[in-house]
Design a protein around this ligand. Structure first.
Ligand SMILES: Cc1ncc(COP(=O)(O)O)c(C=O)c1O
Length: 483
């Protein structure tokens, strides 16, 4: 396969040079799948040994070019939570039905029982995340809206968020009347701590550290910068329930954390969310904001002492007992799901890490990531797209960076328009907000990173054969793409 000039240039920048690859590929292929190679892997950040040839050398042509695919049938990666549903979710759910107690704060008299699923889920989630308080809400998006209110974010404040994340992060800031300020991501796909300080102004209130696709953000540096500038840190753990950073569960490291339990997340009840914090004032404001400004007795008991705040203006994002029931059962499986994800991701990584020049997604804590995908760099967009098509033709799933959006280039965001709010909305009406530049010019590195990664989604229930097929397909395509 010949590479066009653009790709040759891109190769130069990525370090995956054709000549280097061919020189390195001149070794023997025999040890590729031996136990010793799999067992002796040094992890994703280890330098790639250059001796063995890729499986792509002297092999079957790519399926994309008419060869026989590695797998006869398509391998799909399913969303994890529902794969683990069993009698425990059923029992919890039936309990709500049988006790006729679907509402979290009270039942229906003689026939009904005391509700308890959301209360228990909150207690158990706080314990699991090694923090003091957890608040169950209807979604990750409403958890973000609640967190904005709990952190006192409003008009005149700026919140720094990564250019690569989900709409909910941006929407929550704008809905609070605050101004979103985009920072670049780095090769971990998380917010780049080295890009924070240039965005900090006297108006900055919060840094939103989003733990993207299972990978914890670089919290040590983020916290240090936040401390220096007296800023709050909000951890968005929607895509990373079960991840740790330096041994601490995500969400327990900053001032406040949020989770989503929507279908695609590590554990799920279809929808659902949570806000966590160790700070009683943040928790009280969150509890009030999610429930029309009231503080219910149950939450007051959790807080212990007298309330800090009077009734405030809030919405209604309370979780139902049905959702709480399923999430309670799912939470007990979270560590198992993550262990299964990591097992698959580690084995795939070890099976391809000797490919000459291969560079994996940067990890801020290899032991703490969820392992929901394995990403590696290629030369650029054209090679990425061809690589993905080639893996798919081998019947192995492949993707670009997924699950988020490069927000600054979304047209309504780039133009700072809120179609359902008029131009006087405080987020963009001040001279400083008007001076902010969105669009491609505010996130060139994020755009370049997006073009450079091929991902293989993990499914925690992949079989040994599935893992072996993924490894064989990546090796086959990697070799053929360069030779
Ligand atoms: C980073 C991030 N934050 C927040 C959310 C919002 O979660 P939900 O879909 O539960 O509203 C998502 C959803 O995908 C997300 O990816």
């Amino acid at each position: 396969m010949s590479l066009d000039n653009k790709q040759e240039n891109e190769e130069g920048r990525s370090g995956l040079g054709r000549r280097n690859f061919l020189m390195a590929a001149a070794g023997t292929a025999s040890a590729l799948f031996s136990k010793s190679v799999l067992a002796a892997g040094n992890g994703p950040s280890a330098a790639a040994p250059l001796a063995p040839a890729p499986a792509g050398a002297n092999q079957e042509p790519l399926a994309l070019e008419g060869g026989r695919p590695v797998r006869a049938t398509k391998l799909g990666a399913n969303f994890p939570g529902p794969l683990y549903y069993d009698d425990r979710e059923k029992t919890e759910l039936m309990d709500v039905l049988e006790r006729r107690a679907p509402f979290r704060w009270y039942g229906i008299g003689p026939k009904g029982g005391e509700p308890r699923k959301c209360n228990e889920f909150e207690r158990e989630l706080a314990a699991h995340q090694q923090t003091r308080y957890a608040l169950a809400v209807t979604s990750g998006t409403m958890a973000l809206y609640t967190a904005m209110a709990a952190l006192g974010v409003g008009p005149g404040d700026e919140v720094i968020l990564p250019a690569w994340t989900w709409y909910s992060c941006y929407n929550a800031i704008v809905a609070a009347g605050a101004t979103p300020v985009f920072a670049e991501i780095d090769d971990s796909m998380d917010i780049d701590p080295s890009d924070l300080e240039r965005h900090i102004t006297p108006r900055t209130k919060v840094i939103m550290a989003v733990h993207i696709t299972g990978e914890p953000a670089e919290m040590a540096t983020i916290l240090e910068i936040a401390r220096q500038h007296r800023l709050k840190v909000l951890e968005d753990c929607a895509q990373s329930a079960g991840a740790n950073y330096q041994g601490k569960p995500v969400g327990s490291i900053g001032d406040c954390g949020i989770f989503s339990f929507q279908e695609c997340k590590t554990i799920t009840a279809g929808e659902g969310g949570a806000v966590v914090s160790k700070d009683p004032a943040i928790f009280e404001r969150a509890a009030r904001f999610h429930d029309l400004g009231q503080l219910r007795e149950g939450h007051q008991k959790m807080l212990g002492g007298a309330p800090h705040f009077p009734q405030l203006l809030g919405g209604q994002f309370r979780m139902s007992e049905f959702t709480g029931a399923v999430l309670r059962a799912q939470l007990r499986k979270l560590d198992r799901i993550v262990a299964d994800f990591r097992d698959k991701a580690d084995r795939v990584t070890k099976g391809i890490q000797d490919l000459p020049g291969i560079q994996f997604r940067k990890s801020n804590d290899p032991a703490g990531a969820v392992g929901s995908a394995v990403y590696f760099r290629v030369a650029g967009k054209a090679q990425r797209d061809r690589f993905i098509r080639a893996l798919e033709a081998e019947n192995v799933p492949a993707m670009t960076m997924e699950g988020s959006v490069i927000l600054p280039v979304v047209p309504y965001i780039e133009q700072k328009q809120n179609p359902n709010m008029d131009a006087s909305w405080p987020s963009f009406s001040s001279p400083s907000a008007k001076a902010l530049k969105f669009g491609a010019s505010c996130c060139p590195r994020t755009l370049a990173i997006y073009d450079r990664y091929v991902g293989v989604p993990m499914d925690p229930t992949y079989s040994d054969q599935d893992v072996a097929d993924i490894i064989a397909a990546v090796r086959k395509v990697y070799g053929a793409m360069i030779s």
